[in-house]
Design a protein around this ligand. Structure first.
Ligand code: NAD
Length: 449
């Protein structure tokens, strides 16, 4: 039986529209209600549906896994520095409680919505299951333009958001972490606010904390390093190597810059790197450490003297072996996929390839290594940090690094085996493993009462 969550296309008039040729579609049963509707949720459901079909999941399990288990939407006032008050919308979605506590970041961005959080929470469930971390997925955020907030407004926003989440969170219930627009500083404030409310210090309430509060130095680079473990393992399987291979990276933030730096250190040639403002290219490979210094000193990628400036939307069409989207969601779409010229897309960002674009890439033999595998290094090291916090233990960086490498390689090999056995693409294989594990746990727990 083939299940699809979409019925008749509907025209979105609420700013949620995706690319013109990929209309948002209404969900039919057993999909969740319209309150979680978003382009990203549509992608998430489509992918879940494909895995559920491959696993021949029954309707009861589909219904349980398609809908987010718990959602909280809040509006709260914030006193701004000029004495005025503004209202902010915040969210937290927990996708499944079947696997243990829930885990996932919270972001500060202008387009945060319940539907976006629901999709990203579901994504986190599959990612944790694939990495065998004892968590369900969660995601949250506050809709705001973080660039316009002063440090003190940001602090009050974070402290208030933490308290708004009190009914849902806890070190053994739901553990937030950094995401877009949030980082160590916010995690420190969040941990302090939670601890003040419960009357004791609870370092395990968040991961991605400052080092001095029990964070790890490894967390900052973990996602980018994990991406490179996956790329290296993938190329090795094909008898190839990072050294001498050609790479293009979109996004030069925490993940993109780390991945570019490690690939360069392993002898890879970084042909182009870009962000939303522009890109820089060099046919013999960019000097990535010099580029990182240039950007750290306030330079824009396109102005880097060691490269040739190219337009941001030209980046995706630079021919290479491995394209690494490490910026944001829905970057490779039906509109630009024809110009993408690579052998592999390794998804460092969450949801950078739309389902329609992925189908077009598949027809051309381009392998897409999915986000739930490629960028799982971050949550994996977050899990190590949480274990340390819960146990009052401390592991050396080298120990964390080798544990990370083992987990990434194991997950890669598990997915590769399913690709070969079932002759499916990498995303379907990763989802078969992940959804299969969560379905098995949900089945074992049964339905209460
Ligand atoms: P970041 O904010 O540090 O960097 C994002 C980079 O992308 C910046 O260089 C920014 O200029 C660029 N960018 C933003 N919008 C863009 C656009 N429309 N076009 C081109 N470039 C754009 O964020 P990050 O932590 O590096 O995360 C990058 C991606 O990886 C996100 O999708 C995030 O959800 C995902 N991710 C991050 C982690 C982590 O540990 N940081 C873990 C898993 C997934």
């Amino acid at each position: 039986m083939h299940h699809r969550f979409d019925t008749a296309p509907i025209v979105a008039s609420d700013g949620l529209a995706g690319p013109a040729d990929e209309p948002i579609v209404a969900h039919a049963s057993p999909a969740p209600g319209d309150e979680w509707r978003s382009p990203l949720m549509q992608d998430a459901l489509e992918r879940f549906s494909a895995a559920a079909d491959a696993l021949a999941l029954d309707d009861e399990l589909r219904m349980r896994l398609a809908a987010p288990r718990r959602s909280l939407a809040v509006n709260f006032p914030l006193r701004m520095d000029d004495g005025s008050y503004r209202s902010f919308a915040g969210y937290r979605v927990q996708h499944t409680l079947a696997m243990g506590p829930t885990k996932g970041g919270f972001r500060y961005a202008p387009d945060v919505s319940l539907g976006e959080c629901a999709a990203l929470a579901m994504w986190m469930t599959w990612k944790c299951a694939l990495m065998r971390l004892p968590y369900g997925g969660a995601k949250g955020g506050v809709r705001c333009d973080p660039g316009t907030l002063s440090p003190s407004e940001r602090e009050r926003l974070t402290r208030r958001y933490a308290v708004e989440l009190l009914p849902l969170i806890g070190a053994d219930r739901d553990i937030p972490a950094p995401d877009l627009g949030t980082g160590e500083r916010e995690m420190g404030w969040f941990m302090d606010s939670y601890s003040q409310h419960v009357g004791r210090s609870v370092p395990g309430i968040v991961t991605g904390k400052p080092l001095v509060l029990g964070g790890t130095a490894t967390r900052r680079t973990a996602t980018g390093v994990g991406v490179v473990h996956v790329i290296a393992g993938l190329l090795e399987r094909l008898g190839s190597d990072v050294a001498g291979s050609r790479f293009v990276v979109q996004g030069f933030g925490e993940v993109g810059a780390t991945a570019a730096d490690r690939l360069h250190a392993l002898g890879g040639r970084l042909l182009a790197v870009g962000d939303e403002h522009g890109a820089t290219a060099a046919p013999d490979g960019l000097d990535v450490p010099a580029l990182a210094r240039f950007v750290r000193d306030g330079g824009r990628l396109a102005d880097f003297p060691g490269g040739r400036p190219i337009a941001a939307d030209e980046l995706m069409s630079v021919p290479c072996d491995v394209l690494v989207p490490a910026a944001t969601a829905r970057q490779i779409t039906a509109e630009n996929v024809e110009r993408v010229d690579c052998r592999f897309v390794v998804e460092a960002a969450n949801g950078p390839t739309t389902p329609a674009a992925e189908r077009a890439l598949g027809e051309r033999g381009v392998v897409v290594v999915p986000d739930i595998l490629a960028n799982a290094g971050g949550v994996t090291v977050s899990y190590f940090e949480w274990l340390e916090s819960q146990q009052g233990a401390h592991w050396e960086d080298a120990e964390l690094a080798s544990r990370l490498q083992r987990r990434m390689r194991t997950a890669l090999e598990t997915v590769a085996a399913v690709v070969e056995q079932r002759e499916v693409d990498w995303r379907t294989a990763a989802m078969i493993v992940a959804v299969g594990r969560v379905a098995e746990a949900s089945r074992a727990r049964g339905v209460y009462p």
